[in-house]
Design a protein around this ligand. Structure first.
Ligand code: CIR
Length: 252
């Protein structure tokens, strides 16, 4: 069970953040509204949410997930892969140090938390444009020292591993077709997403409720047919900045 979450207010310069720009120009007012609804949903699910101040020098800093990997035993502070985001992790460390012993990814390692998927006592660590093999190995060996197993997964074209695959409880993964073919996932029940709704792979499972992005009717139907408790949230403005539901918080 998660009891806490850390989020960060978006800054008004959020549109200077990194993006492929495929979905158009985001609106700040709407982003703030969607961010507020996200916080309220986490609170409704029983989490105590700490809201950190915006960071004007880091327009992507509200995607806090990329700055740390948190387990019940330890918080591992990353060095995010994008140079423009390196530095976001420092204020996150101060906050996490109130709750967990701290470990660090060090040079030349790079890790974005968006590449790190925890499934029970196992971690899938995506090697991507943001997470390099040195970072994956450092993270894996820290996790192994706390009794976790881990393996690397090539992310290929997507931004992060969790852009394309997430765990929804009961040994089940929601994932896109290319990931469904990988042998590392063969022992899981798979909900494979239609290509047109691949963005909905970035779902967030919190205390037996699944938060999914609004606007993906086939995914909503497939998941509710399995009896999952579902909450839909609009994250259209975060999607325009290549982010989504998991990226917006650290849960622990
Ligand atoms: C970036 O490109 O770094 C941000 N604009 C989006 C980060 C999304 N984070 C995530 O998927 N964990």
């Amino acid at each position: 069970m998660f009891t806490r979450a850390i989020v960060r207010k978006p800054d008004s310069n959020f549109d200077k953040g990194l993006t492929t720009g495929l979905l158009g120009k985001p609106k700040f007012d709407l982003l703030l509204k969607q961010h507020q609804a996200y916080i309220q949903t986490l609170e409704k699910l029983g989490l105590r949410v700490t809201v950190l101040d915006a960071q004007p020098n880091y327009p992507d800093a509200y995607f806090v997930e990329d700055t740390a990997v948190v387990t019940p035993e330890v918080a591992i502070i990353t060095i995010p892969g994008a140079p423009a985001r390196q530095g976001e992790q420092h204020s996150i460390q101060l906050e996490l140090a109130k709750h967990r012993p701290i470990a660090h990814i060090v040079d030349p390692g790079r890790v974005d938390g968006g590449d790190v998927l925890m499934v029970g006592k196992h971690f899938f660590i995506g090697v991507s444009e943001r997470t390099n093999p040195a970072g994956a190995r450092q993270l894996g060996s820290i996790l192994a020292s706390y009794g976790y197993t881990w393996c690397e997964v090539p992310v290929g074209e997507g931004l992060h591993l969790k852009s394309s695959i997430n765990f929804v409880g009961a040994n089940t993964l929601v994932l896109t077709t290319p990931f469904a073919k990988l042998s590392v996932f063969e022992n899981y029940t798979k909900i494979v997403l239609p290509e047109a709704e691949a963005y909905a792979a970035n779902t967030l499972w919190i205390n037996d409720t699944l938060i999914i992005p609004r606007g993906f009717p086939q995914v909503e139907k497939a998941l509710s047919q399995r009896g999952l408790a579902i909450i839909e949230l609009d994250v259209s403005e975060m999607a325009k900045m290549d982010g989504g539901l998991t990226c917006l918080s650290l849960r622990f």
